[in-house]
Design a protein around this ligand. Structure first.
Ligand code: IVH
Length: 845
């Protein structure tokens, strides 16, 4: 608040800025301020309104979740009924629709507004003098339910229209906004669709699955269910959005005379209108629109079940009129349904790269939204139990966007007699190892690790992928055959593949029948080898041409001695593949670590590990707590890395890659000097996650003992002597009684010392004085923008983060800094003001 501003003025300014930010975000889709600034303004406004209750207005952005839960919804009678639409399912029906209009209005090529048909819930919003006073569902079209309190929580719905008179109480004046010749009518009912964006829906369900909550069947049900909540606080937590597509009652004002101009006007008043809306001409224009939107359907951020065509000019609409409850001037052109029913033929499980066992329903093939679906995920065993899917059941499957088809629900009325609940098999169907579930985890896993061919295939595929070892030309099918044919057992085996093996593999895979294979092999094999092959082929298991069994059996017998006849076989692809494999031998630590497929280690973590530790030998023998010294690596990730290297099989795989595999990591370097500030006994002790041993206790221990190893052999009284409270001392002693814990502490202590010895002398110059430090900027700076300040700090090596943690090196706090400053103070993180920042930047030019 500037000195000259009264609280009322400040509140008005904040409201204007918040409304503006909402408009940019939801209507223009051009957000211009970060979420944190938005939150800060909202908080300031809230505080002002609490301090001056007379300043609060019902249309204030603080008043979205205001109302108390109700016991039921009141009825709302729609003055202008909410109609439905006739449907078209074919091009012919669209031609017929356009022909009828053309004839009646005597027009050759009528103009239409073509729009997406959002798959959500129709609602009506009533604005009086530009202020939202009521929101209702469609109900039966004549009477709906009053869901105002719930709709107010949907941020995309403006509580006050842009350009509505600003001021309190009844003195609002209907007013024009600069770019619009139309004043806001006294009464304006806006019709549109509330929907749940796909990303929000997926995220919501993921959380629900994780916490055993109720999952939403689809975004449409999600939207409908959310609006039907009696407690608006629940609705407020649901990811809902809104698009306007028409009008209901309008009184006391005029509006444009075409539908498209009305939508543009609604948008100018702050109501979101889909960007996909377009003006098109004639049946060809409509069908072209249908195809263009159809092609984008899967990649849209929300579900649509078709498109809607509306005659654009209102005079024409009036002339066309209505039949029953649908207009003659509009029609919905439907897309193929995203949900279908089919039956479950079997339930199998799929084993992922890290062993996760995902149940998959094998379905009687069914077309869903233009794609043949034969498998659908059941997510996890809990989900199956919740849905109670059984073999033989009729189920609803859904395929939307890029997500994997999933089973939505069971049609219980159609369940055949004698079915039984499904159970997770005790053993992996691929390798026979036990399937286990770690405590507290939703996922079941095959414990076979890399001895499981399914995990091996996934691991190989990941290993070879572009961002890992980048072996171009090694596709999924090929890897599958290499593993099944026994030619590749571990990643290192890839480096033994030669031309003969690749050519033979492809010949066996591509041959239509065994006879075809023999005919082709004849051209390339010496006589005695051919004779041997003839004998082998004869004893292979029989099976249809497409059967893999005989191919796999043959591959397992090894590669015959070839003398390739280059005139009769293409070899270029195989030479390229061999070369790609050869090229991948020279790699970087970052790629290598990523390629190993360690759980939780994506590219960015691999990069951080490589940058901070520099050396695979160090990393592969490091106890897990030390990984937590790298910013952004938390306990879970650190444990996963440690766990990976604890497996002898994984260590063997690494040895093999570097040994006979011939992989060379070219960028090994000493650990980063930045570690110096991160390493220490206290940090190590805190990282071990020993109950009751907080950072303060760890500091006390580090001050009293020379090393981790020294602590391992001590008694509780010595910990008390070091200053620990009784309880913490006992907890530490109890923890140390476990041999594994003691061993970990000793190993971690030794690793810490090794690491410290190997740190280079601090060479700040090479990397910038703030290298490895995370800083946070908050509040408004006067002499430069936050972005500029961030760039200059980054140039000095700093990482600029959005939130404050105890690892933050310092926080730069400008004018009106809020919660981040508070958090920094609470955590004891250093705080710089603008003057100090400028001085620092100046001295490090
Ligand atoms: S116009 C008089 N436009 O489809 C026309 N409806 O079957 C009334 N819908 O209940 C509707 N997107 O829920 C219209 N762009 C759109 C739409 C749309 C979705 C829904 C709406 C309505 C149903 C009509």
């Amino acid at each position: 608040m500037t000195a000259s501003q009264s609280p009322a003025e400040r509140a008005a300014e904040l409201r204007r800025r918040i409304d503006d930010a909402n408009y940019r975000y939801h209507v223009l889709d051009e957000p211009d301020i970060p979420d944190v600034d938005y939150d800060r303004m909202l908080r300031e406004l809230q505080e002002l309104e609490t301090a001056h209750p007379d300043l609060a207005t019902p249309d204030s952005p603080t008043q979205r979740v205001g109302a108390m839960p109700s016991s039921k919804f009141a009825e709302v009678v729609h003055k202008v009924p909410m109609l439905s639409l006739g449907n078209a399912f074919s091009d012919e029906e669209v031609h017929e629709f356009v022909r009828r209009i053309g004839e009646r209005l005597e027009r050759k090529a009528p103009v239409f507004s073509a729009e997406p048909k959002m798959d959500g819930l129709a609602i009506s919003l009533r604005y009086e003098d530009g202020v939202l006073v009521q929101g209702a569902t469609r109900g039966d079209g004549s009477t709906g339910e009053d869901v105002t309190a719930n709709l107010r929580t949907v941020k995309a719905i403006p509580l006050r229209l842009r350009g509505a008179g600003i001021g309190k109480g009844g003195n609002r004046t209907a007013s024009a906004i600069p770019d619009s010749p139309f004043p806001i009518p006294k009464v304006l009912e806006v019709r549109g669709e509330v929907y749940m964006p796909r990303a929000g829906f997926e995220k919501y369900n993921e959380q629900a699955r994780l916490h055993g909550g109720k999952v939403l069947a689809n975004p449409r049900n999600g939207a409908a269910g959310s609006l039907r909540q009696l407690d608006p606080r629940i609705t407020a937590q649901r990811p809902l959005a809104f698009y306007a597509y028409g009008l209901g009652e309008v009184r006391g004002g005029e509006l444009p005379d075409t539908h498209s101009a009305i939508l543009a006007q609604l948008k100018a008043w702050g109501l979101p209108v889909s960007d996909l809306v377009q003006k098109v001409t004639g049946a060809d224009g409509l069908l072209d629109y249908y195809r263009r939107i159809g092609a984008r359907r899967d990649s849209l951020p929300f579900d649509i079940d078709g498109v809607v065509y509306k005659l654009d000019d209102l005079a024409g609409q009036r002339e066309m009129g209505f039949v029953a409850r649908a207009p003659r001037w509009a029609i919905a052109h439907k897309f193929p349904a995203q949900e279908q029913t089919t039956t479950v033929e079997a339930i199998g499980i799929q084993i992922g790269r890290t062993g996760a066992a995902t149940p998959v329903a094998r379905l009687a093939p069914v077309h869903v939204a233009g794609v043949m679906v034969t498998n659908a995920t059941l997510h996890n065993a809990d989900q199956i139990a919740r849905l109670d899917v059984r073999v033989g059941d009729t189920v609803i499957v859904r395929r939307a966007g890029d997500v994997i088809p999933e089973v939505v629900s069971v049609v219980l009325e159609r369940r055949p007699p004698g079915t039984e609940p499904w159970q997770m098999p005790a053993r992996c169907p691929v390798c026979g190892a036990e399937i286990v579930r770690e405590e507290g985890e939703a996922a079941w896993r095959c414990s076979g690790e890399l001895s499981c061919p399914a995990q091996r295939k996934e691991a190989l595929f990941h290993f070879a992928s572009r961002r890992a070892m980048d072996i171009d030309g090694l596709g999924e099918k090929f890897i599958e055959a290499l593993v099944d044919g026994g030619m590749v057992h571990s990643v290192a085996d890839l480096y033994r593949l030669g031309l003969d093996q690749l050519l033979w593999l492809r010949m066996v895979l591509n041959a239509g029948t065994r006879a075809d294979l023999l005919a082709e092999a004849h051209d390339h094999l010496p006589a005695d080898a051919y004779a041997a092959l003839l004998r082998r082929v004869d004893v292979l298991p029989a099976g249809p041409a497409e059967d893999m069994a005989w191919r796999v059996a043959l591959l397992r017998e090894g590669v015959p001695p070839f003398a390739w006849n280059p005139k009769k076989i293409a070899t270029k692809w195989a030479e390229n593949l061999v070369e790609a494999i050869e090229r991948s031998r020279d790699t970087t630590l970052e790629r290598f670590l990523y390629a190993l497929g360690i759980e939780q280690v994506g590219e960015s973590t691999a990069k951080a590990l490589a940058a901070w530790f520099g050396d695979l030998e160090l990393i592969r023998h490091m106890p897990w707590p030390l990984f937590k010294r790298v910013p952004d690596i938390g306990g879970e990730v650190a444990r996963a890395i440690g766990h990976f290297f604890d497996q002898p099989g994984n260590q063997r795989a690494v040895d093999e890659l570097l040994g006979r595999g011939g992989v060379r990591i070219g960028d090994t370097h000493a650990p980063s000097a930045r570690l110096r500030g991160e390493l220490g006994l206290a940090a190590l002790l805190a990282d071990l996650e020993i109950p009751k041993v907080t950072r303060i206790r760890a500091d006390q221990l580090a001050a009293a003992f020379p090393s981790a190893q020294a602590i391992a052999g001590e008694q509780p009284d010595r910990f008390v002597a070091a200053g620990l409270p009784e309880e913490a001392a006992r907890s530490l002693a109890a923890w140390l009684e476990d041999d594994d814990h003691r061993g970990l502490l000793v190993r971690a202590g030794e690793a810490l010392q090794t690491l410290l010895q190997r740190l280079p002398e601090a060479d700040a110059a090479a990397s910038g004085p703030l290298e490895g430090q995370t800083v946070v900027l908050t509040g408004t700076l006067s002499s430069l923008t936050r972005e500029q300040a961030g760039e200059r700090l980054q140039a000095l090596g700093a990482k600029v983060a959005g939130s404050v943690s105890k690892k933050t090196a310092f926080v730069v706090a400008g004018e009106a800094a809020g919660s981040k400053l508070e958090k920094a103070l609470a955590l004891g993180v250093e705080v710089w003001d603008e003057a100090r920042l400028l001085q620092y930047l100046e001295s490090h030019r």
